[in-house]
Each structure stands twice: as structure tokens, then as C-alpha cells.
Write a protein that binds this ligand. Structure first.
Ligand SMILES: [Zn+2]
Length: 454
């Protein structure tokens, strides 16, 4: 846990700027309301996620976007100015993260105008309070400020810029320039897509190191997996390139090959965003009927659903499709996830929403189930979307646990998620940066979205 952060640091940062321009006596007069408590959860069983335990009968106090107190109900008195949320013996855990998510463009002719805000809302409704956006669009950085300022409802966003790929990069020098431009523009991350030559990839990696910005995503076919790792790729998403590197997309992977992949990952401290459910669809290992029966698909526009159908119609043309060997490929992927996890590699939760049949937030359940099938316990699954993500973003903020000083990203669930992750499918409420969405609010908005897309 990151104890070094001052829990009040971020809380004061914005108001303090304002004080610089007003007389001291006036500033003092303003201080009192700042201590006012916004929300108090009482009678909750806290699942803090720093350790595998439940803190029975606790209270959690929220001010602004921070958790400022976690205390036993036995010695707790609620501040009188707070809005009290009686948890009724239910469970409070940290909000989850989507580490390979997508946020639609601000303007597009392909989608209804409301699609962007609906997508942001769906993430929240699924308990996703942090999204690492993996493909930036022009003006998208404005979204971060809009959400921070409360002008727009959505998860906290950390964004990769537009993609580095075989089309967008035409020379090593231009690749380097793009890196500098992305850094200067304020993107958090460089997104690597297929199609880059080894020369261009190397140039981008070198420039990224000198500009101190991470690069992550895919492993281009021209770049050997171990070289990409050695050059410092921060996360490899979809475990792209892993099985290809040891020739195990069409036959059972050997234990030696599995261990060599694990050792490389540990040696170069690469994070992995498995996106197992999505990849099962892409390689052709998922059951089409089951995909088409996904109830949550009603919350995305018809044009998006049609795109998914078209994808399946032409699945065999996808570069990732493995047809006849999809099942063994899929088993290898599950074994790889298990082995990486068992060895202590950095595994980060992600679904690639809203890619084919991956509905933002609400589709997370499929990924959770597959991580469970790979052998992770509920605590270990949740860890990949909470504590592990807090560590990943430790330089930007403190979050990922129910603990003092952490960002107030919370999910209230009926049952103990450490015993049954399916309780996350119907949260009793979600808090994102201190903004509370009760079940009623979630249901009203979901019904409205469904009606809009019928
Ligand atoms: Zn993606």
C-alpha cells in the first residue's frame, strides 16, 4: 500500500489555488466547509483489498473525492453534516479498473451522439471506476478534465493517444516525433498496434524511454516478443505474441515453453492484460449462440451490435482467428494466465470493451469468470482490478483499496465478493471519485439507455 501520499493533498489542491488570490482572513472562513463530510457509509462489511480479509461492521467516511476514515462501528460517530448511506450489513469494496478499455470519439458519424456518455455510464454501472483508454481520439483529453470537474459523469480516465501502427508511422524519425508530440499533448501512454517494423518499433521505444512515457499494447509481428520486452514495453495486452513466440497457437504448449514465457515476463517486469473473454471470441473459441444471447448487449447502439454480428460472419478473416485449433489455443491461453499469475507476474484486469461482444462494465462478468476458470481465487481476480491497478498508477494517484487517502471509488454489493464474484453483477451502488450512484439511479439510467437503442 502506498502510505507516502498525504490523504488530504489532492483534496486541498484545487481550493488552495483559489486561496492564493483572497485575503488570509477570508480563506480561513472558507476552511470549515472543506472539512464537511460528504458521505458516510455505515454498517458495511469492508473488503479493503490490501489483504484478504473482511472488516465487519465498519463505517467509511468520504470527503470530496477521498476516503478519509475507515472505522469500526463500535467506536464511530457519524459527522452530523454527512449524507448517511446505511449499508445494512452489505459489502463495500474498491471500484474496479478496465485496463484495456476504449472510449468512443467525442464526435462520430457512425454512432448516436449520446454513445460516448452512455459508454462512460455503462463502465460505472458495471463497477468500473478507472479506465485506461487504449486508443486516443482528438480532443479526448478534454474528457479527463470534464469528468474531473464534475461536468460529465464517468470513470477516472488514463488515456493512450492515437495508435502507432504500420500506417501512422512511416519512418523512424517520424515515429520519434510522434512520441514527442504525444508526450507534449499530455497523453498518459503510447498505444502500439500491429504493423510496425522492428526498426520503427525500436525508434519509438528509444524515444519513449528518453521522453519518460510508457508504451504498451500489441506485439507487432516483425518484433520478437523478447525484444519488445527488453525494449521496455510496459504492458502486453491480450497476451499478444506470447503463444506465437513459442509456436503454440495450434498445439498444446509444453511446460518448458510455458515457463520460458513466464521467466521473460518476470525478468523484464512486463504487465499483462489478458482480456481472455474477448480473445476467445477473436480466435474463434467462443460459442456464437452464447455471445448472441448476452443480455447486456441491449445497452449498446444497434449499429454497434450489427458490427459485432458482421465480425462473427467474417471471423475467419481476422488475423487472430485460429479456426480448428482455437480450443487448444484457448486452453494454452488459460494455462499461460494461470502460470503467469502463479509466478507473481503483474496481471491487470481488462476486457477491451466495447470490442465485439464486450459491453463496457456490464460485460466484465465474462472476464471474471474466465480468470476464475484459469485458477484465480475471487480475491486474486479482484486484486488485478484494484490493488494491482493502484500500483500501476501510483505516480498519478492513490486508489485501489478501501483505505484512508485513497480515491473514493467504491462498490456496494449484496454478498461477500470474496466468496462469489457474481454479486458484482448487481451492485447496490457505485461511487466514482466521491460521486454516489445508488441502484435506483443506475436502474433508471440503464432503462433509459436501453430504450434509446431499441
Ligand atoms: Zn483494444
Amino acid at each position: 500500500m502506498n502510505q507516502s501520499a498525504n490523504p488530504f493533498g489532492r483534496y486541498f489542491s484545487r481550493p488552495m489555488k483559489m486561496f492564493l488570490t483572497v485575503p488570509v482572513w477570508l480563506a480561513v472562513a472558507f476552511v470549515a466547509p472543506l472539512y464537511a463530510s460528504d458521505y458516510v457509509f455505515i454498517n458495511v462489511n469492508v473488503v479493503p483489498m490490501g489483504t484478504e480479509e473482511v472488516l465487519a461492521e465498519h463505517a467509511v467516511v468520504i470527503r470530496d473525492d477521498r476516503i478519509v476514515q475507515v472505522a469500526s462501528m463500535a467506536d464511530f460517530t457519524a459527522p452530523d453534516d454527512a449524507q448517511v448511506i446505511d449499508g445494512g450489513g452489505h459489502y463495500l469494496l474498491p471500484g474496479l479498473a478496465e485496463m484495456h478499455g476504449h472510449v468512443p470519439p467525442m464526435h462520430s458519424d457512425n454512432f448516436p451522439a449520446r454513445y460516448l456518455d452512455d459508454t462512460l455510464f455503462l463502465y460505472l454501472a458495471g463497477g468500473i471506476t478507472t479506465v485506461r483508454g487504449m486508443l486516443g481520439h482528438p480532443n479526448q483529453l478534454d474528457l479527463v478534465d470534464d469528468i474531473d470537474a464534475g461536468d460529465r459523469l464517468g470513470p477516472t480516465l488514463y488515456l493512450a493517444g492515437p495508435s502507432f501502427n504500420g500506417n501512422s508511422v512511416e519512418s523512424a524519425e517520424q515515429g520519434r516525433r510522434m512520441v514527442r508530440e504525444h508526450k507534449a499533448a499530455g497523453w498518459d501512454l503510447l498505444k502500439i498496434h500491429p504493423g510496425l517494423s522492428l526498426e520503427y518499433f525500436t525508434a519509438i521505444a528509444e524515444e519513449a524511454a528518453s521522453q519518460n512515457i510508457d508504451f504498451a499494447g500489441h506485439i507487432p509481428q516483425a518484433v520478437p516478443l523478447d525484444k519488445a520486452m527488453a525494449m521496455g514495453i510496459r504492458t502486453i495486452d491480450h497476451m499478444d505474441g506470447y503463444l506465437e513466440f513459442v509456436g503454440a497457437t495450434d498445439r498444446e504448449i509444453s511446460d518448458e515453453a510455458l515457463q520460458s514465457l513466464v521467466q521473460l515476463t518476470l525478468q523484464y517486469e512486463v504487465g499483462v492484460v489478458p482480456t481472455q473473454a474477448l480473445w476467445a471470441t477473436l480466435i474463434g473459441a467462443a460459442d456464437r449462440e452464447a455471445l448472441e444471447a448476452y443480455e447486456e448487449a441491449k445497452y449498446v447502439p444497434e449499429s454497434v451490435r450489427e458490427g459485432w454480428q458482421r465480425y462473427l460472419d467474417n471471423a475467419s478473416q481476422s488475423r487472430y482467428y485460429t479456426g480448428d485449433t482455437a480450443q487448444v489455443h484457448q486452453q494454452n491461453r488459460q494455462r499461460l494466465l494461470q502460470a503467469l499469475h502463479a509466478a507473481g507476474a503483474e496481471i491487470l484486469m481488462g476486457t477491451d470493451a466495447p470490442q465485439v461482444y464486450s459491453v463496457p462494465g456490464l460485460g466484465l462478468k465474462h472476464e471474471l469468470a474466465m480468470m476464475g476458470d484459469a485458477g484465480l481465487t475471487p480475491y486474486e481476480v479482484l486484486y488485478t482490478g484494484t490493488v494491482a491497478v493502484g500500483r500501476y498508477f501510483a505516480e498519478q494517484d492513490t486508489f485501489g483499496q478501501v483505505a484512508e487517502g485513497h480515491r473514493a471509488d467504491l462498490i456496494l454489493t449484496s454478498l461477500n465478493p470474496l466468496e462469489d464474484l457474481s454479486t458484482l453483477e448487481q451492485p447496490l451502488g457505485v461511487m466514482a471519485s466521491g460521486r454516489w450512484l445508488a441502484r435506483e439511479t443506475l436502474d433508471e439510467k440503464l432503462a433509459e439507455i436501453e430504450a434509446a437503442y431499441q
